[in-house]
Design a protein around this ligand. Structure first.
Ligand SMILES: [Zn+2]
Length: 149
C-alpha cells in the first residue's frame, strides 16, 4: 500500500498544499525508501518517512505523534521526495472530477428527457409528490413564485 492510499483524503490535499508551499525542509534521503524532513509552520515537526512500510512513518505533530496516522506532514514529505507522485495525484484528482461532472451532466440530460416524456397527469402526480415531501422553504417558495396565496 502506498502513502497516498493509506492517508485520508484531507491529509493528501493538505499535504499537497504543504508540498507546493515548500513547507518541508531539510529533506534527507537515508536510502531509496527512507527519508527524514522537517515541516515548517507555526510549529516545526520532525518527519520520518518509510515508503516501503508507510505505517512505520512518524511525525512529531499532535495528530500523528505516537500513532500510526499518516498526517499531512508525512504526505508532504512523500511529495517532496517524489514530485512525480504529486503530479500523478493531482492528475488523478482532475480525472475523477471530470468523471463526476460527466456523470452529473448525463444524469441531468436523462432527467430532462424523462420529464419531457411525461403526460400532464404524470407531471401533476410527480409535482404533488415532490411538494408533499419537500422542506417548508421549497413549498413556501413554490407558493410565493406562483402567486397562489
Ligand atoms: Zn504531522
Amino acid at each position: 500500500m502506498s502513502v497516498i492510499s493509506l492517508a485520508s483524503g484531507a491529509s493528501c490535499w493538505r499535504g499537497l498544499d504543504y508540498y507546493k508551499n515548500k513547507k518541508i525542509i531539510n529533506l534527507k534521503k537515508i536510502n531509496d525508501y527512507e527519508f527524514t524532513g522537517t515541516a515548517i509552520g507555526t510549529n516545526n515537526y520532525d518527519i520520518y518517512l518509510d515508503v516501503s512500510h508507510p505505517r512505520r512513518s512518524t511525525c512529531s505533530c499532535p495528530l500523528a505523534n505516537g500513532k500510526r496516522i499518516l498526517c499531512k506532514h508525512i504526505v508532504a514529505t512523500f511529495f517532496t521526495a517524489f514530485p512525480e507522485e504529486a503530479k500523478s495525484f493531482e492528475k488523478e484528482q482532475e480525472r475523477l472530477q471530470e468523471e463526476y461532472e460527466d456523470y452529473q451532466e448525463k444524469l441531468y440530460n436523462k432527467t430532462q428527457s424523462y420529464i419531457k416524456s411525461l403526460t400532464k397527469k404524470e407531471l401533476v402526480d410527480e409535482l404533488s409528490y415532490i411538494l408533499d415531501y419537500a422542506p417548508d422553504w421549497v413549498y413556501n417558495d413554490f407558493v410565493r413564485r406562483n402567486d397562489i396565496e
